[in-house]
Write a new protein. Structure first.
Length: 647
């Protein structure tokens, strides 16, 4: 028994270590070892530190307060203890993550607006106050290693609370897994590898810079869908946090805008006290301002509500006095998916001068500047300026004096182009002129439903106004699509190859936007099958792979040439609105990529692209008009004079 020491205020016990008798059995000695006896009736057992750590009740604290108390920033301009005044907009995001009913956070913001640090603060709170395994997904393997070495490890080691959880064993802290003493496992993963997101489950999933992820991970689905599957067994307890700068992939349109509740930051005017959403219309720019002049002299901002003029100091004060405003789902009591949208206008680290310069540059028309304004300042997906062709623009090419089926004068050859459908074929017949301009005139188009009809078109004799007859020089037919069993729209490739093998007038073609050459001939030696089995083809045809983006650009350029001009396009009389509508279906964005809106037919546009490729394959740009032959009888051959004796 410990000896009692009595004082006027209290009676305290002085601890005394009593060695265990050696005659006690080993099992009893192990049970009594480390036990502190307070009295004969109430013994107290001192538990090991590892057991006490697990049994300790987690601290009841909000995510924002936890960051303020325990987070140490180890890099950047604001190293040291976390301070809310550097990023006031992050407080609500962190506390929303900690709400028990919130399952997903989507944070779309510009560069250097605290996205990664906000996620790390949430992860630190989760490890300490609600332990569970963590997946941290980065765009690439290199980025995953950097986030572990430069941010996650230093965050754990420098935190006064979490450093006790870091294991002293070297193999517990690696680039692929961090094992903490409280049982939490942190799995760094990267979006290019489905393997890095497999096998393990996790209570928390963090996705950093998600719009830099690939659209698909190898042969599997997108990385966002894959990482979400890691939470399946934590029904009603998991949490996800996705953050990124907008880049037209996951974060904005498919992420933030789909949330049940969306918040945007509003600035509070220092003069009138109204909440304001800044915009480019209220920039106080001098008349004729240029990016260079604004970069030199700066600019001010006019309040949307009271028209007071803000300089940079007033704008910073307005940001710090601002707050989040719900622009969607304000009446939602317990939303499970919450989105936050934060632009450069509301960012303390981005000056008004930089914003104004970027705005003026975006008006010059350069695509890079427009992308920078949309992604880097407005934090939205860039929407290209679509300039549709109109049907009248196509119908202006119709020559009312050119009958259908009649070959125009000065024709070099006739080509037949076919677009394969699941049932039937769209076709066009074109008369092509001489190089180098190669003026083209459509003399027939339509739809047939049998292979024999294509053969008949190829054998038909086409006549010009003077009675001169033409036969189709070559027929080019779309190879009919792929063999994907989940997409059976145009899976007639084998039939097209067999048709071309039996009818040598026709050649299969296929579009390829990734090749460098304008066309690549490829000998077909096997029939395509859904199972991947190679079935040999005897005397197979040659397929021509066309660089479709180039030929689509070429077709768009040809449509701009006025009728009758060299190299232009002419349509026969009777071409209607259906043909014109299909020629207006596709459009090119400012990156040069071509798109066809869902539900719009574009068969005749595709055939027009095939024509441009066929002209190149046939070498018609180099085909010159033959010189007229002279009549040998009409040409007098001069006689040589000869004088005898002269040398």
């Amino acid at each position: 028994m410990p000896a009692a020491v009595t004082t006027p205020q209290q009676t305290r016990l002085v601890p005394r270590t009593i060695p265990l008798p050696s005659f006690l059995p080993a099992r009893v000695r192990r049970m009594l070892s480390g036990r502190t006896v307070g009295s004969d009736r109430q013994p107290v057992i001192t538990l090991p530190e590892q057991v006490r750590r697990v049994l300790r009740q987690p601290e009841k604290i909000s995510v924002a307060d936890h960051a303020l108390k325990y987070r140490v920033v180890t890099d950047g301009a604001h190293e040291g203890s976390w301070r809310h005044e550097y990023a006031p907009h992050t407080v609500k995001i962190m506390n929303t993550f900690g709400e028990s009913w919130v399952r997903e956070i989507w944070f779309c913001a510009v560069e250097q607006s605290g996205k990664t640090n906000t996620m790390l603060n949430c992860m630190q709170w989760a490890i300490d106050c609600a332990p569970g395994n963590v997946f941290y997904l980065m765009p690439s393997e290199d980025a995953s290693k950097k986030i572990v070495g430069k941010k996650i490890k230093p965050m754990l080691v420098k935190s006064p609370k979490l450093k006790k959880l870091v294991s002293t064993r070297q193999d517990d802290t690696t680039m692929t897994c961090i094992s903490l003493r409280n049982g939490v496992e942190i799995f760094p993963a990267h979006a290019n590898s489905a393997t890095s997101m497999a096998t393990w489950s996790a209570k928390y999933c963090f996705g950093d810079e998600v719009d830099k992820y690939p659209l698909l991970t190898g042969k599997e689905t997108d990385p966002i869908t894959l990482i979400k599957k890691r939470n399946r067994i934590y029904r009603g307890r998991y949490k996800r946090f996705f953050a990124s700068t907008a880049a037209e992939k996951f974060i904005y349109t498919a992420g933030v805008l789909k949330c049940h509740q969306i918040w945007e930051w509003r600035l509070r005017c220092p003069d009138c006290g109204q909440l304001v959403k800044m915009d480019a219309e209220h920039l106080a720019l001098a008349e004729g301002a240029t990016p260079e002049s604004v970069e030199l002299n700066g600019c001010d901002y006019v309040c949307n509500a009271c028209a007071s003029v803000w300089d940079e100091g007033k704008r910073r004060a307005a940001i710090k006095a601002g707050c989040w405003v719900a622009v969607k789902g304000a009446d939602a009591v317990r939303p499970s998916k919450v989105g936050f949208h934060h632009r450069s206008w509301e960012c303390l680290d981005i000056s008004l001068r930089e914003i104004a310069v970027a705005y003026l540059k975006s008006k010059t028309g350069a695509l890079a500047d427009k992308l920078d304004w949309a992604h880097g300042h407005e934090a939205v997906d860039y929407v290209h300026e679509q300039q549709d062709r109109k049907e009248d623009y196509i119908l202006r090419l119709v020559d009312p004096d050119q009958p259908r089926g009649v070959v125009p004068a000065d024709t070099a050859c006739v080509l037949l182009l076919v677009d394969t459908q699941q049932r039937g074929f769209f076709y066009q017949v074109w008369a092509c002129g001489w190089g180098p301009e190669v003026k083209t005139a459509m003399i027939d188009y339509g739809y047939v439903d049998r292979w024999q009809h294509l053969i008949d078109l190829g054998r038909r004799e086409w006549t010009d106004a003077e009675g001169k007859q033409f036969r189709v020089r070559r027929g080019y037919i779309d190879s009919g699509g792929g063999t994907d069993p989940h997409n059976r729209k145009h899976s007639r490739t084998s039939a097209v190859y067999e048709f071309c093998r039996r009818n040598r007038l026709f050649r299969p073609i296929k579009g390829n936007s990734r090749q460098d050459e304008l066309f690549v001939p490829k000998k077909i030696d096997f029939y395509p099958t859904r199972t991947g089995k190679k079935v040999p083809m005897v005397n197979g045809p040659i397929r021509y792979n066309l660089q479709v983006n180039h030929f689509k650009d070429e077709l768009a350029d040809k449509l701009m040439i006025e009728p009758g001009s060299p190299g232009g396009i002419t349509l026969h009389a009777g071409v209607g609105n259906d043909y014109a509508a299909q020629m207006c279906a596709e459009y090119a964005d400012e990156r040069g990529n071509w798109h066809c809106p869902r539900g719009k037919a574009n068969h005749h546009w595709d055939i027009g692209v095939y024509l441009r490729g066929a002209i190149t394959v046939e070498g018609l740009y180099n085909k010159r008009r033959p010189r007229p032959q002279r009549d040998a009888a009409a040409v007098a051959i001069p006689k040589k004079s000869f004088v005898r004796g002269w040398k």
